[in-house]
Design a binder for this molecule. Structure first.
Ligand code: SF4
Length: 193
């Protein structure tokens, strides 16, 4: 597979430069609010598994963030099992695959505190504006506007493809972005080659 050796201590840096918006948004919620709701936990954990984060490291990440606001006992009871389960180490040991864009885009959500899904769909215009301003360092004139208009017209994956291109101008894409892990592979190898 594509799995990399990911140093969990470097994950914040890796996230900012190579995660697609959907996963960067979840990672930010996890590290800023020290919590993720059910679908967010699942969406992020399967992605992390896909990029090569080891189960022990994923547990360490979630545990160290969650227990800033939650008793360690409670975390171990309520969340450790599910993380091991997502890695196929509990229950039926199913090998769950990371979600493709269509799956992420079509997740139901929008409940209080929920940040899963595709930001090009779920973010309000001003929230998307801020996200783009924070994450695209030197946009060409009109670039941000173009992405926002595409989002309004529900062309979420094309938004993501444009966003990718502004962040990784050296990479030639052969297709639009169809999978968060595809996005990661392309941007991570770009910066590490
Ligand atoms: Fe994530 Fe796909 Fe949306 Fe991009 S288009 S933010 S990779 S779900």
């Amino acid at each position: 597979g594509n799995a990399h050796e990911i140093d969990i201590k470097q994950l914040g840096t890796i996230a900012r430069r190579a995660f697609p918006p959907c996963m960067l948004s979840l990672y930010s919620t996890l590290t800023n609010q020290n919590h993720l709701k059910h679908f967010g936990r699942l969406q992020l954990i399967l992605f992390l598994k896909g990029i090569g984060v080891k189960m022990e490291d994923a547990l360490y990440l979630y545990r160290s963030e969650f227990t800033k606001k939650m008793e360690p006992d409670k975390f171990d009871k309520e969340h450790s099992y599910n993380i091991r389960h997502s890695y196929g180490k509990e229950g039926k040991r199913t090998n769950y695959t990371p979600y493709a864009c269509m799956k992420v885009i079509n997740l139901n959500g929008g409940g209080a505190g929920e940040t899963h899904g595709c930001p090009f769909k779920t973010f309000e215009a001003n929230q998307l504006n801020k996200f783009l301003a924070d994450n695209i360092s030197n946009p060409e004139p009109g670039e941000v506007r173009e992405i926002i208009d595409l989002a309004k017209n529900k062309h979420y994956q094309i938004c993501c493809t444009k966003y990718f291109q502004t962040k990784n101008p050296g990479v030639k894409l052969n297709s639009i972005i169809e999978h968060p892990n595809q996005y990661f592979e392309l941007s991570y190898s770009d910066r590490n080659s």
